[in-house]
Ligand binder design. Structure first.
Ligand SMILES: [Zn+2]
Length: 415
């Protein structure tokens, strides 16, 4: 009885009292019976207004936040009301939401931990199931999406991320201002039609206020941005250009390694992948030696590597005009190099010259590396996510981790 008076002292739920507690040893469950406070009127679940009681239903079980490793269940006989506007309806109770078996407090609790642990770990830690964790996150995310404020939006970054097996890509739109970095939207594909949905969501009013857009060189993105955000400075993100260059270098290296092996040369390119892809400052001692070795041979890989390293200088320029001069010279040099993947990069950079140089025009207002950071976090979320096989679950997991969504209020937080 002590436990009951203690619990009632907190008055978690106005209009209701805890009546008695029972511990069931075999199922390790604490059952707590709840009843309406004497004289309190039920509230209609249709219109949230008090209404006269009509009858009551069989006891229903609501899972509450676990205690001392025991499952805690609230037992309550839901009343039905005879509402003037809605007719006979089941009442609304402050701990529950609709037909959910979990209480609101417990869903917030699970969703909170599901952001720190993987969903599976959360389920195991609190003796719940993956499905219940998923339900909880879904509830919190849905509530958050309905209650978030979208605008004003000054700067956005568009990014693509691979998901599922094979070549499926999602489009992610982030807000990337210094005061507010968050995931705004997720699109099912990386097509024009998909990305346009984002602008439909925010409406022309908010879209017209966007001053900066960061993206990669994916043509559908460029097309939509030109149409919907013509007033914004469009920047090709440094992170995406560096990533493209690394991919090209990797192609050169892999192709050459295959060629050398086929022609029976010694395998000088073995274990060099990270030597050429990492920044020189980040190499381990051993990798540094390997790189020095590698540069002694007149290989395509070595020349491509030097071109890539050369290009790092580009980002140090202050003035767009000087950066442009450097870019032209670098591209010219690459075009004479007879290394096809690198030539392809040079051609791409040339054709997007203006957008790339916008980087220098907007750099002072935008902290670089934001999109890259968010992209890494999104990848991490996907990696932690066994069982996120459907788009819907991937979507709520990403919103949950990166959306900075508002959360429903509860009288007491249990975390
Ligand atoms: Zn009603």
């Amino acid at each position: 009885m002590r436990l009951i008076s203690l619990l009632n002292h907190y008055q978690h739920f106005p209009g209701f009292v805890y009546e008695r507690a029972r511990h069931c040893a075999s199922s390790q469950t604490i059952e707590i019976a709840v009843r309406p406070r004497r004289g309190s009127r039920p509230v209609c679940s249709g219109c949230d207004k008090p209404a006269p009681a009509y009858d009551h239903l069989k006891p229903r079980r609501f899972e509450f936040v676990p205690l001392w490793g025991c499952m805690v269940v609230l037992l309550y006989c839901m009343r039905r009301v005879d509402c003037r506007t809605c007719g006979v309806r089941v009442e609304a109770v402050p701990w529950g939401i609709g037909k959910h078996q979990l209480t609101k407090a417990y869903m917030l609790f699970l969703a909170h931990w599901a952001r720190k642990l993987s969903w599976q770990e959360t389920a195991v830690s609190f003796r719940s199931t993956w499905d219940k964790v998923c339900q909880s996150v879904e509830y919190v995310v849905q509530w958050g999406l309905e209650h978030r404020q979208l605008g004003p939006i000054v700067a956005i970054g568009v990014d693509e991320i691979q998901y599922a097996k094979g070549h499926k890509y999602l489009t992610l739109v982030y807000q990337i201002e210094q005061q507010c970095t968050r995931l705004l939207w997720i699109g099912r594909e990386r097509t024009v039609a998909s990305f346009e949905q984002f602008f439909i969501l925010i409406g022309a009013g908010l879209a017209g206020q966007i001053a900066f857009v960061c993206s990669d060189m994916w043509q559908p993105y460029l097309t939509v941005i030109r149409e919907r955000c013509s007033q914004a400075i469009h920047i090709l993100d440094r992170f995406h250009i560096v990533a493209k260059m690394n991919t090209a270098l990797d192609q050169v290296r892999a192709g050459e390694a295959r060629r050398l092996a086929r022609d029976g040369y010694e395998p000088v390119l073995k274990k060099t992948r990270w030597c050429v892809l990492k920044r020189r400052a980040n190499l381990t001692r051993q990798q540094r030696f390997r790189l020095r070795d590698l540069l002694r041979y007149n290989l395509q890989t070595a020349r491509a590597y030097l071109l890539k390293e050369d290009f790092q200088q580009f980002w140090d320029y202050e003035q767009p005009s000087w950066a442009g001069k450097f870019l032209d010279e670098w591209c010219g040099q690459v075009m004479r190099s007879r290394i096809d993947p690198m030539k392809k990069i040079a051609r791409t950079l040339r054709s997007h010259r203006a957008l790339i140089l916008n980087y220098f025009r907007a750099r002072k207002q935008l902290s670089s590396g934001v999109v890259e950071g968010l992209n890494n976090k999104a990848k991490l979320t996907m990696r932690k996510s066994y069982g996120f096989r459907t788009f819907h679950v991937t979507e709520i997991a990403l919103y949950h981790a990166l959306g900075k969504l508002p959360e429903p209020d509860v009288a007491h937080r249990f975390y």
